[in-house]
Design a binder for this molecule. Structure first.
Ligand SMILES: N[C@@H](CCC(=O)N[C@@H](CS)C(=O)NCC(=O)O)C(=O)O
Length: 230
């Protein structure tokens, strides 16, 4: 940490929600220290385990201030560490739409993707502990994939009638990691051309490229074995 840096982001380079908090930091060139989760420390004994109500990461610290939840981290950065990327649209009506899409990507894309991944672990609420199941739990996988297909159809319909903010925003931060990993779990279908194009556009953004590249060494840990693309 440099003397003029008070920000620290606690997370893991392969974690989708950590990407969500890294993208705004990279997009705005904000100085911060990255503190990588130590997998050898028991979840609820770790800093993030104690800081977050469910023991999850990312967690942002700014001096003595602790901010949990990736969306709130982005809102905090927009207020306290603004930069060239506005993150939250200046127009209040556009900000409402950005926050709605953030909920859609978190709850129904990220959530269903995580549901599928959790089906591979012995302790679905604590994937780092207990290891992988001998056989993944098929009903959870099917339910998560069905949820993803419904979310893809909803987003394709939304994109056919609406435009996203042109700048890196809360929507970018939520959508990029969600679509990156969800497409590995359940590929976006051919009848979702707008959503497929959005995923490709997001993956070409420099802050997202950096997240993807920094996570490459961890791909063997992906329960399916990561697909050989992206
Ligand atoms: N609602 C949280 C979700 C964070 C989350 O799911 N983090 C995952 C990593 S991507 C995690 O902490 N996994 C470890 C665990 O749940 O024990 C947020 O928006 O920040």
């Amino acid at each position: 940490m440099t003397a003029d840096t008070t920000l620290a982001l606690h997370g893991h380079p392969f974690s989708s929600y950590t990407w969500k908090a890294l993208i705004p930091l990279y997009a705005n060139g904000t100085a911060f220290e990255f503190v990588e989760i130590d997998p050898s420390v028991a979840k609820f004994e770790s800093f993030t385990g104690k800081a977050h109500p469910s023991g999850q990461f990312p967690v942002l610290t700014d001096g003595d201030t602790v901010i949990v939840e990736a969306t709130s981290i982005i809102e905090y950065l927009a207020v306290h560490h603004p930069g060239p990327a506005p993150l939250i649209p200046a127009d209040p009506a556009e900000a409402v739409v950005a926050r709605m899409l953030d909920r859609v990507f978190d709850n129904y894309v990220m959530g269903n993707m995580q549901r599928v991944i959790a089906a591979y672990f012995v302790d679905k609420d604590n994937p780092g502990a207990g290891g992988m199941r001998d056989e993944p739990y098929a009903p959870e996988i099917e339910a998560g994939k069905a949820g993803l297909r419904r979310s893809y159809a909803w987003l394709e319909g939304w994109l056919s009638e609406n435009a996203l903010p042109q700048h890196v925003s809360l929507v970018t931060c939520a959508a990029a990691p969600a679509l990156f990993y969800a497409d590995w779990v359940e590929p976006i279908p051919d009848d979702g051309p707008r959503l497929r194009a959005l995923r490709a556009e997001l993956l070409a953004l420099p802050p997202v490229v950096r997240c993807v590249d920094d996570a490459r060494p961890y791909r063997p840990y992906f329960p399916y074995g990561a697909p050989d693309r992206d």
